[in-house]
Write a protein that binds this ligand. Structure first.
Ligand code: PLP
Length: 492
């Protein structure tokens, strides 16, 4: 049986409301042996006698409905998720259990420092571990996302220049291969964004900064690896020039799974950076849930860190909010503790050597994937990539097949599509991040699917252009879905 849904989509079974039958209900329970409360007394005129259109269903109807919906979802627990820049790797369930421990998850957010010594000790330990990975001195766990980490970093850089009597330093140099959130974070801090061009090889070279290194430069804001998946190899030389001109260097470290354990941004001259714990350290980024984007700084920026900071006082820990130069609080309580606790569990269970192996495998997997696909799809930049690879649809376009068609066709092969049309500097980009947790067999399966789509693009382009054929919904009207979203079910 087939029921057209409201949007004209064909679902193989009726939706929850359409299963409703008058009088059908769940299990009957005994009448209460205590006096029943009357909701009308509590709610007054807000109480409703009846909810119009409320579905009447058996327990089995409800269980089947929600179980089916859960199976329509694609998840990292069910398949490979090559969403470039998002690091959709598998994260061990152990980290979930640790973050859910009663003594952590059920702490009262307003509990006194003496009563949350365990949590403060864990925060302190994680800050030290992240500082070590960064090669910097201090860390704040407050920011809730990568982009908020950038915002906080830029706010600290602004405060640093003002404190030194140089309020006129308001320009931030950002290469055209940076992540899109970078210019937004600088602009939100009232800074002026100066876009600097990357070279033919996709990398930023010191010469490109030259025209902008004056008394107005506040910072260079660099994404490394950049959005082409390439390692910015001249960071040290870039940092020397920016420092000589009186500016600071910010690193967007959202993708530290390409560097951690192998190279430390602080050693390259970076002054401030953020992490995306919800990429590198055990929480999926594309999941849409809470995140954590800690910032790490060199000691000279310590006074400006968000307040309060976790400070060690003998064998006790305190939340120190007495910090006159701080940019202030940027998140309620202690940031998203559930996310940073997962990160600490991840770091502890991997150990220093394990983190290095994560990076090595992430980079190896991306390079293997690139080597297997670069004869078929045009690849961007230097053959040696970091943790992800950017391909283009240039060769397939000859058959009228575009990036979007390739992404849709991948669904028929059982894969979540990669990131598409990003980075913006590449026309028709497919950005693929295999991550370190995928086996050789699963990466080979994806490569086979990509090769078969390329083959099909030349022999039967219609099959690719009309994809997907298998998923529960076909091509959606993405513009209408964004402009006129239907947020509730309305009876036909
Ligand atoms: C993901 C990402 C960000 C933004 O992180 P959010 O947590 O989504 O705000 C910033 N920069 C880079 C390079 C990223 O990959």
């Amino acid at each position: 049986m087939s029921t057209p849904g409201r949007s004209g989509l064909v679902f193989s079974e009726p939706l929850l409301f359409e299963r409703s039958r008058p009088g059908r209900r769940g299990p009957a329970v005994d009448p209460p042996d205590v006096p029943a409360a009357d909701p009308r007394e509590l709610l007054g005129e807000l109480a409703r006698e009846d909810i119009e259109g409320f579905p009447e269903l058996s327990e089995l109807d409800v269980v089947r409905h929600f179980t089916r919906l859960s199976q329509w979802n694609y998840s990292i627990d069910t398949g490979f998720f090559p969403l470039g820049s998002c690091t959709m790797k598998y994260n061990p369930k152990l980290n979930e259990s640790v973050a859910a421990l009663d003594g952590l998850a059920n702490l009262h957010p307003l509990a006194a420092d003496e009563d949350i010594q365990g949590l403060l000790a864990l925060a302190h330990e994680l800050e030290s571990a992240l500082a070590e990975v960064a090669g910097l001195d201090l860390v704040s766990l407050q920011p809730a996302a990568g982009a908020q980490g950038e915002f906080v970093g830029m706010a600290m850089i602004g405060a640093y220049h003002r404190q030194r009597g140089e309020p006129g330093r308001d320009r931030v140099l950002i290469p055209d291969t940076a992540h899109g959130t970078n210019p937004a974070s600088a602009a939100l801090n009232g800074m002026q964004v100066v876009e600097v061009p990357s070279g033919e090889d996709g990398l930023l070279h010191p010469g490109a900064l030259e025209p902008h290194l004056d008394e107005r430069v506040a910072a260079l804001m660099l994404t490394n690896p950049n959005t082409l998946g390439l390692f910015e190899s001249e960071v040290q030389a870039l940092a020397e020039r920016v420092h000589a001109a009186g500016g600071l260097v910010y690193l967007d470290g959202a993708n530290m799974n390409a560097l951690m354990g192998v190279a430390r941004p602080g050693d390259m001259g970076v002054d401030v950076m953020h992490f995306n714990l919800h990429k590198t350290f055990s929480t999926p980024h594309g999941g849409g849930g809470p995140g954590s984007g800690p910032v790490a700084v060199r000691a000279n920026l310590e006074p400006f860190l968000p307040s309060p900071v976790v400070r060690r006082d003998g064998d006790r820990f305190v939340l120190d909010g007495d910090r006159p130069l701080s940019i202030g609080r940027v998140h309620a309580f202690m940031g998203n503790a559930g996310i940073w606790l997962r990160a600490l569990a991840y770091i502890r269970s991997n150990g220093a050597q394990g983190l290095r192996e994560v990076t090595e495998r992430a980079v190896l997997n991306a390079n293997y994937l690139r080597a297997c696909l670069a004869d078929t799809y045009e690849a961007v930049g230097d053959p040696r990539v970091m943790h992800e690879v950017v391909l283009t649809d240039r060769r397939q376009q000859a058959h009228g097949v575009t990036t979007s068609d390739i992404a849709k066709r991948l669904m028929d092969h059982g894969y979540h599509p990669p990131t598409i049309y990003f980075p913006l500097v590449v026309n028709g980009a497919l950005m693929i991040e295999p991550t370190e947790t995928e086996s050789l067999e699963s990466i080979d399966g994806f490569i086979e699917a990509m090769l078969s789509i390329a083959q099909e693009a030349s022999t039967d382009p219609e099959a690719v252009k009309s994809a997907p054929h298998r998923p529960i919904v076909r091509r959606l009207d993405e513009v209408r879905a964004a402009r006129k979203p239907k947020l509730r079910w309305i009876p036909e």
